[in-house]
Design a protein around this ligand. Structure first.
Ligand SMILES: C[S@@+](CC[C@H](N)C(=O)[O-])C[C@H]1O[C@@H](n2cnc3c(N)ncnc32)[C@H](O)[C@@H]1O
Length: 428
C-alpha cells in the first residue's frame, strides 16, 4: 500500500483531500490493525475545528500547571471552606491570578471563544428574546464573541457593551458596534435596557450571585426607560464536558412605573434571587429524576414568550425603533397583572407529561425539538388546568384581552433530554 493510501475493509482509499473515517485513519497509522477507532473518533470530535476555533484551548486551559497544582488540595475545601484551593496555592482567586498572567488570560479568552461560538450558534438559532432591545450589555463577556454574534443576528440592537475585567477587555479584539468596558460586576454594571449573561454565575457562591444580580437590577433601573416587569429567562444546557450551564437574559418590558415604585427593591431582589436559585436547583433535581415538567404553585396559564417562537413581540424588529413604539408594543404584549411574587416551587408530576423529552435530540440541533415540546406543554397545561378545576381564570383565558390580563405565569421549566429552558417572569 502506498503512503497516501489506507485500507477500508477490502478497499484501498486515497488519503489526499478525502474525508476519512476514524477507522480509515487508524488503518493508516496502525497498519497492524490494532487501536480503538471509537476512542479515536471521540478525541477527534473534541478537537474538531470550527472556523479556526476548537475545544482545544479549553482543554489546555484546564490542564495548565497552575490549575492542576490545586487538585491535590481539593479535599481541603471540605476541611476548611474559608480559603479555596487555588488561593492556597497561588495566594489569589482565579480571575485575579489570571489578570496578572497575560498568557493565562489570553488562553482563557481563546478557550471561551472555542466553546462559546459553536454553542451560541445553536442558541441563536432558536432564541428570539432580544426583540425590542436597543442597548445590550453582556456581563462577563470575555472577548465579546457572544455579543458580536447577537448583534450580527439582531441588527435592531444599536449599542452593545461588553463588560468584563479591565485586563480581559484590554486585549479583546475590536468589534463593530461593540464597546468594551472594563470594570467589576461586583461593584457596578453599566446602565442599559437589557443584560445578557452566560456562564458567569456558575463560578460564584450564592451570596456572590446575589450581589451580581443586584447590580444587574440596578443597571436596568438606571438605564431602562421601559419598566414594570423584569423578564428573566435562563437557558440551561447540558454539554459534553461540564454539568449545567446558565444563560440569563434580563430585560425590562412593559411600562407602569407607579406600580414599580411601590415595591421594595431589596426584598424584590431577595425573592428574585431565591427564585433563581430554587429554580436552578429544581430543574437540576428534576433532571436527575428524569421528570419533565415543573410548574410553580400559582401558575395559571403558562406563557412562553418569544424564545420558542410564539406569543409576544408584535413589533417588527428590523431597525432601531423609537421608545414610544417599543413601549406601546410591549404594553400590548404584556398586559400583565400587578406585582406578585410567591415563594416556593412545587413540582408538578403529571402522567402523560413523561413523553416530553422522549424526542430524540441530536447534539446541537435541539431547539426546534424544544420549541415543539414547549408548544405541546402549553397546550397540555391549559387543558390540565382548565379541566382540573373550576378556576375562573380558565374561562377568562379563552377570550381575547381578558385572557392576556389573567395570565400570571411564575415559573415554568421544560426539560428535554439534554436541554432545559427555564424562565421566571416578575411583574411589577
Ligand atoms: C466563564 S467566562 C464566560 C465568558 C463568556 N460569558 C462566554 O460565555 O463565553 C466568565 C467571564 O467572567 C469574567 N469575570 C470574572 N470576574 C468578573 C468581574 N468581577 N467583573 C466582570 N467580569 C468578570 C471573566 O473575565 C470571564 O470572561
Amino acid at each position: 500500500m502506498e503512503d497516501n493510501e489506507c485500507r477500508d475493509g477490502r478497499k484501498k482509499v486515497r488519503l489526499a483531500n478525502t474525508p476519512l473515517s476514524a477507522s480509515q485513519i487508524l488503518t493508516h497509522i496502525l497498519p497492524s490493525g490494532s487501536g480503538d477507532a471509537e476512542n479515536l473518533q471521540r478525541i477527534l470530535r473534541l478537537l474538531t475545528s470550527y472556523g479556526g476555533l476548537s475545544y482545544a484551548p479549553y482543554v489546555l486551559q484546564h490542564h495548565q500547571d497552575a490549575l492542576m497544582s490545586m487538585w491535590p488540595l481539593v479535599y481541603e475545601a471540605v476541611l476548611d471552606p474559608t480559603i479555596e484551593p487555588l488561593v492556597k496555592v497561588h495566594g489569589k482567586p482565579a480571575y485575579s491570578y489570571y489578570g496578572k498572567m497575560p498568557e493565562m488570560n489570553g488562553l482563557m479568552r481563546k478557550a471561551m471563544s472555542g466553546v462559546s461560538v459553536p454553542f451560541m450558534t445553536s442558541v441563536l438559532d432558536g432564541y428570539n428574546g432580544f426583540k425590542g432591545v436597543k442597548r445590550l450589555v453582556e456581563v462577563g463577556g470575555s472577548a465579546g464573541d457572544c455579543l458580536r454574534m447577537i448583534l450580527q443576528k439582531h441588527r435592531f440592537i444599536c449599542e452593545g457593551m461588553n463588560f468584563d475585567l479591565p485586563e480581559v477587555v484590554g486585549e479583546a479584539p475590536s468589534i463593530p458596534g461593540v464597546t468594551h468596558i472594563g470594570g467589576d460586576m461586583f461593584k457596578s454594571i453599566p446602565a442599559t435596557d437589557a443584560i445578557f449573561m452566560k456562564w458567569v454565575l456558575t463560578t460564584w457562591t450564592d451570596d456572590e450571585c446575589k450581589l451580581i444580580m443586584e447590580n444587574c437590577y440596578k443597571a436596568l433601573l438606571a438605564g431602562g426607560e421601559l419598566e414594570m416587569k423584569i423578564l428573566i429567562k435562563a437557558f440551561l444546557m447540558r454539554k459534553i464536558l461540564t454539568s449545567i450551564y446558565e444563560i440569563i437574559v434580563f430585560r425590562w418590558v412593559g411600562h407602569r412605573r407607579k406600580s414599580f415604585q411601590s415595591t421594595n427593591l431589596v426584598s424584590d431582589i431577595q425573592v428574585l434571587v431565591e427564585k433563581l436559585v430554587e429554580g436552578l436547583l429544581a430543574v437540576y433535581h428534576q433532571r436527575q429524576k428524569q421528570i419533565s415538567v415543573f410548574v410553580e404553585d400559582e401558575v395559571k396559564t403558562p406563557e412562553f414568550p418569544d424564545e420558542v417562537g410564539f406569543i409576544f413581540s408584535p413589533r417588527k424588529a428590523s431597525t432601531c425603533t423609537s421608545d414610544e413604539e417599543a413601549i406601546s408594543a410591549n404594553e400590548k404584549a404584556n398586559a400583565l397583572p400587578e406585582f406578585s411574587l410567591t415563594h416556593g416551587i412545587k413540582t408538578f408530576h403529571k402522567d402523560g407529561f413523561h413523553d416530553f423529552g422522549s424526542a430524540r435530540l441530536d447534539g446541537e440541533n435541539t431547539w426546534s425539538v424544544v420549541s415543539k415540546e414547549a408548544k405541546a406543554l402549553v397546550h397540555l397545561n391549559e387543558n390540565a388546568l382548565c379541566s382540573s378545576s373550576s378556576q375562573p381564570t380558565c374561562k377568562a383565558n379563552k377570550s381575547g384581552k381578558d385572557a392576556q390580563k389573567s395570565r400570571s405565569p411564575k415559573l415554568i421549566a421544560v426539560s428535554c433530554k439534554n436541554v432545559y429552558i427555564w424562565k421566571l417572569d416578575f411583574t411589577f
